[in-house]
Design a protein around this ligand. Structure first.
Ligand code: URA
Length: 249
């Protein structure tokens, strides 16, 4: 992290938007001198930036919620396809951002982007049991037998054993809609699990990470900062113990 524009510094810290900084520099000082312009370069680690006399601390970590559209890959670089990072607007973009967990190119929904490796590890490690909730359209109904097998832990075609997953039918329309909750993230896991049950996945969306729902006002392709209290929801608002399929409701 080197220098950045003053307006971008304020917006990245969610203190003032870039347009607010552009509209007025009143009350902003850099190293004791009134700010000169929104484009002024500042080094958040060494410059003393104040707003109305109050020091503005620099938060090194950022956490973004992206509503991923189909067609984007969940990596920082890809020679052929656009990446989820290309959807981050300049005022939120940081070069050290990466997606905490992958969704397939054709999967849509909640991708958490961050530059905090320890936090990403916490939400991704199967040991943390942070649930990820998906909505899935299938080409065949999910039977009671299928729900039971998912809860017990499906063995994939290559012999990989999956942890128990909670699944329920949401609606049985022209294409059945199912909710499924995973606490691990194996490659193409949901598609492979339903494949074992003889159902094809027509559409897949991640709607929740831990206790935090994808903000449905965020249209596909849009991204916003995750608020501090929402970060806590991701980690705290889920059962402390692992899912036990035999536990009573
Ligand atoms: N399972 C899948 O098969 N694909 C995803 O993108 C996520 C979970």
């Amino acid at each position: 992290m080197g220098t950045m524009r003053l307006d971008r510094f304020f917006s990245s810290q969610e203190i003032l938007s870039r347009s607010e900084v552009r509209a007025s520099l009143a009350g902003i000082q850099v190293n004791g001198l009134p700010a000169r312009s929104p484009e002024q370069k500042v080094d958040p680690r060494s410059d003393r930036i104040t707003l109305r006399g109050e020091p503005v601390g620099y938060q090194p970590f950022v956490y973004l919620m992206l509503n991923k559209p189909a067609g984007y890959v969940s990596s920082t670089e890809d020679g052929r396809s656009p990446t989820v990072l290309e959807l981050v607007p300049p005022e939120l973009f940081r070069r050290d951002l990466f997606p905490a967990g992958r969704l397939d190119k054709d999967t849509v929904g909640f991708v958490l982007l961050t530059n905090d490796g320890a936090f990403a590890h916490r939400i991704l490690s199967p040991k943390s049991h942070v649930p990820k909730t998906y909505h899935v359209r299938l080409d065949a109904p999910l039977t009671e037998e299928g729900i039971r097998r998912l809860a017990e832990g499906i063995t994939l075609a290559d012999g990989t054993l999956c942890q128990g997953a909670e699944a329920r039918m949401l609606e049985d329309g022209r294409t059945p809609l199912v909710e499924i909750i995973l606490r691990e993230g194996k490659y193409h896991q949901i598609k492979r699990m339903f494949g074992v049950l003889g159902a094809g996945v027509l559409w897949l969306k991640r709607v929740r990470i831990g206790g935090l729902f994808l903000d449905e006002t965020l249209s596909e392709g849009r991204c916003r900062a995750i608020l501090h209290k929402e970060l806590e929801e991701i980690l705290l608002n889920y059962p402390a113990t692992a899912f036990d399929p035999k536990a009573p409701d």
